[in-house]
Write a protein that binds this ligand. Structure first.
Ligand SMILES: [Zn+2]
Length: 338
């Protein structure tokens, strides 16, 4: 399983690579750390790509060609030692021929998320049997099966503290949870939401790996060139195309994303004064907001699905009930019950 080790170490050095971008499951692009990629700041001609079970590096500026290990040695020689040991312990010969295989430029649509740190700790739902508690939970909530590759099962929440030792004291009881990982636009795991499946009072437990990162779910799949729907619950976002979820109180971090086209879709809770206040705030900021019509009684998107609406029907309700400015203010006055 050397490929997994390569991907793990790519993630570990990703924040040190300028203009780093994950182009595909197995294709990474950034400014070449060997030649500096010329003086032009916008150039990024270094590529990591997959051949069989290994990652290789090629720079289209200085023509450097190396194994990923060779690149890692230049970027971080200490980390490279760990990498060599880890590969060795997995039974892979450390010294392989330095010849770089032919570079094949293939941009493919990512089919499934590549393996990350989280895959080592947890089971992804699309790999679990139908009768499994987490799969049953997801099916009961009518989460579309094609979204199962974004969901994980953690048998014991205490294990999550290995991602951030700050949580060791708060995660003390053994408890299985459904996990929704927060992955940023660069493909980095920044945190996760852990949803209780057995009626726990604390429905969501949020865990941050990167303290500064916002707890927004779905950034890795977001298409900025299209209208982005900003919903509250991570599970709700699984029913809506191009949706992100501001789990917890991350709504105030939306502006940091610099989205050009987005719609705020709050839960249908006209009696919740905090929600009413936020809807009002976004209207005043000129955002597109959804004001749910009276005919919708369910309090959130998942409840609408459970009450028999299809995701397609919900999407058309969202499209038809998106407002801005004065019209939004008018609709809010009718909708609010507090
Ligand atoms: Zn170069």
């Amino acid at each position: 399983m050397s490929l997994y080790i390569d991907l793990k170490y790519i993630q570990m050095i990703s924040f040190r690579l300028e203009r780093y971008k994950r182009k595909d499951d197995y294709l990474f692009n950034f400014r070449c750390p060997i030649c500096g990629d010329s003086a032009k700041k916008n150039k990024a001609r270094g590529y990591l790509y997959k051949v069989k079970n290994d990652m290789f590096y090629k720079c289209h500026n200085c023509q450097a060609g190396k194994t990923f290990g060779g690149l890692l040695e230049i970027v971080d020689s200490l980390l490279h030692k760990e990498y060599v040991l880890e590969r060795y312990s997995e039974g892979i010969a450390g010294n392989r021929a330095n010849k770089t295989p032919e570079f094949q430029f293939e941009f493919k649509e990512p089919k499934a998320r590549p393996k990350t740190l989280i895959d080592e700790m947890m089971d992804r739902l699309d790999g679990l049997p139908e009768e499994h508690e987490a799969v049953q939970y997801a099916l009961k909530r009518m989460i579309p099966k094609e979204q199962f590759n974004r969901l994980y099962y953690l048998d014991d929440i205490r294990k999550a503290s290995t991602l951030n030792s700050k949580y060791t004291k708060s995660l003390t009881t053994e408890q299985p949870r459904l996990v929704l990982p927060f992955v940023d636009e660069q493909g980095k795991l920044t945190g996760m939401a852990m949803r209780g499946m057995r009626g726990e009072t604390l429905r969501y437990i949020m865990l941050k790996i990167d303290e500064d990162a916002s707890t927004i779910f779905g950034l890795e799949n977001m298409d900025r060139s299209k209208n982005v729907k900003v919903v509250e619950g991570p599970i709700d976002s699984l029913f809506i195309p191009n949706a992100i979820a501001c789990a917890g109180s991350a709504f105030n971090r939306i502006t940091e994303l610099n989205l050009t086209d987005y719609t705020i879709v709050f839960d249908n809770q006209p009696r919740n004064s905090e929600i009413v206040r936020l809807v009002n705030k976004y209207i005043n900021e000129g955002a597109n907001v959804v004001i749910w019509p009276e005919t919708v009684e369910a309090k959130d998107i998942n409840d609408m699905v459970l009450q028999g609406l299809t995701p397609g029907e919900i999407n058309s309700i969202i499209e038809k009930n998106t407002y801005t400015g004065l019209r939004a203010q008018m609709k809010l006055t009718i909708w609010r019950k507090c």
